[in-house]
Design a binder for this molecule. Structure first.
Ligand SMILES: Cc1cc2nc3c(=O)[nH]c(=O)nc-3n(C[C@H](O)[C@H](O)[C@H](O)COP(=O)(O)OP(=O)(O)OC[C@H]3O[C@@H](n4cnc5c(N)ncnc54)[C@H](O)[C@@H]3O)c2cc1C
Length: 412
């Protein structure tokens, strides 16, 4: 049996923590959500800046495969709170969703703030209390939770705790991975937090980086080993980032980490057949500069021509000396040498976290009875497309239900 005398501490007011709080409040226990930041859901709000991609509409087996090795560990939580349930949940909060052309699901308002506002109102009405500016720093000798607050250290007794502290990307939004040492000190195995859905560094020449920083390469195809995909990438001062790069980032990160570099190939005109490209590149150049000729003949924007020149120099070749056949090949297989992974602070998400072997099926950390964990702090990664939020919401709900079961068992 659970009762309002039971107090559950949820630490972390992101999507996972708030979902756990909701499940707990429905279960009839007293819930306090603690967060180090002055307000809730800062990363969720940031996620909504370019359109809040809540989940994806593809069939569940395909959807689950996006979680790679972690799929079996997330299966039950996502099946219990699948994408359709998440969409219905949004609708119930007054924020209906729609499926975009790519199959991604967004709230009609597109951004996160109306959804978060409605959700916080509903949690408040359900009796959930919030304690902001409370940084969790571990446990005292009596097993009470310790928080650093503006008024000094505060110790809180809880019948169960849900940790939903996030990963380590965008630390200024609150999740800074500081919890890893607190749990590692208790003997909990944690896979190192690494950038996921991240950019990579490239040793661009000064001329290229200053001229093309921030410019997108649209309608390209990327390939790396057996993986290839269509999309978009953006040149940065230090390298390259963007949707298509993020989608390959797990494989690229592992290769760069293992070997110190990885070579990615970019097709700048993937829709134009080789014969057609050769024909266009065989036309008379006249008085045009080579760059202009290339731009017009292959219909390439200046950033793409710049990239070709940069890559040609890097491989010791001269673009203008290439015969049309070779040039056509080069345009659709431009090598880019990635020299490193961009810092985790700029990544969309993190890989690594609490190893699933440390958790029981209710998301309780076996070595810490009564302490549950959810969200991005667990050892899974997924591409962008709504998979990050879906798993955060679903594991938050599962950890909340798990904590209720734990309390019911303990007070039996
Ligand atoms: C720019 C950007 C865009 C994104 N867009 C999308 C998208 O469109 N779709 C998608 O699916 N995902 C997206 N994501 C990822 C998604 O936002 C995260 O995966 C998700 O927020 C993780 O939820 P969480 O609850 O596990 O952690 P978080 O949202 O990171 O919340 C963790 C909370 O814990 C608190 N905390 C941490 N340490 C402590 C401590 N010691 N004491 C107290 N509190 C602490 C933090 O302040 C924070 O509020 C995006 C991320 C970024 C950065």
């Amino acid at each position: 049996m659970t009762s309002p005398d039971n107090h559950v501490a949820v630490i972390g007011a992101g999507p996972a923590g708030l979902m756990a709080a909701e499940a707990l409040a429905h279960g009839g226990v007293r819930v306090t959500v603690y967060d180090a930041m002055p307000s809730a859901g800062r990363k969720l709000l940031m996620a909504g800046r370019g359109g809040l991609n809540l989940t994806h509409s593809e069939p569940l087996p395909q959807f689950m495969a996006r979680y790679r090795e972690a799929m079996p560990n997330l299966q039950s939580a996502i099946e219990a709170f699948p994408p359709e349930a998440l969409r219905a949940w949004c609708e119930a909060l007054g924020e209906p969703t729609f499926v975009g052309t790519s199959g991604r699901v967004f709230p009609k308002a597109f951004k996160a703030s109306p959804l978060l506002r409605a959700w916080l109102r509903r949690l408040d009405a359900a009796g959930v209390r919030f304690a902001f500016r409370h940084r969790w720093t571990g446990w005292d000798a009596e097993g009470r939770l310790l928080f650093q607050t503006p008024g000094g250290t505060s110790a809180v007794a809880a019948d169960a705790t849900v940790l939903a502290l996030g990963g380590a990307s965008w630390p200024r939004l609150g999740s800074d991975g500081g919890w890893t040492t607190l749990l590692a000190d208790k003997g909990v195995e944690i896979a190192p937090l690494r950038p996921a859905n991240c950019g990579f560094t490239v040793a661009w020449s000064d001329v290229f980086r200053t001229r093309f920083e921030g410019q997108p390469l649209k309608g390209i195809a990327l390939s790396f080993g057996p993986h290839s995909l269509r999309g978009e990438a953006t040149i940065t001062l230090a390298g390259i980032e963007g949707g298509a790069i993020y989608a390959l980032s797990a494989e690229l990160r592992e290769a760069v980490t293992a070997k110190g570099e990885a070579v990615l190939h970019v097709a700048l005109r993937p829709d134009v057949g080789r014969a057609e490209l050769v024909k266009r590149l065989s036309a008379a150049r006249g008085k045009q500069s080579f760059s202009n000729f290339l731009r017009k003949a292959a219909q390439l924007p200046p950033v793409a021509v710049g990239l070709l020149q940069e890559a040609a120099i890097g491989t010791g070749q001269s673009l203008s000396a290439m015969p049309p056949q070779r040039l056509a090949e080069f345009i659709n297989a431009v090598p880019i040498e990635l020299t490193g992974v961009a810092p985790i602070a700029r990544a969309i998400s993190s890989a690594g976290g609490i190893a699933f072997e440390e958790l029981d099926p209710d998301f309780m950390i076996r070595k810490l009875p009564g302490v549950f964990a959810a969200g991005e702090m667990l050892d899974w990664e997924a591409p962008t497309g709504g998979y990050l939020l879906q798993a955060s919401f679903a594991t938050g709900a599962a950890a909340g239900r798990g904590a209720l079961r734990w309390i019911a068992r303990s007070s039996f």
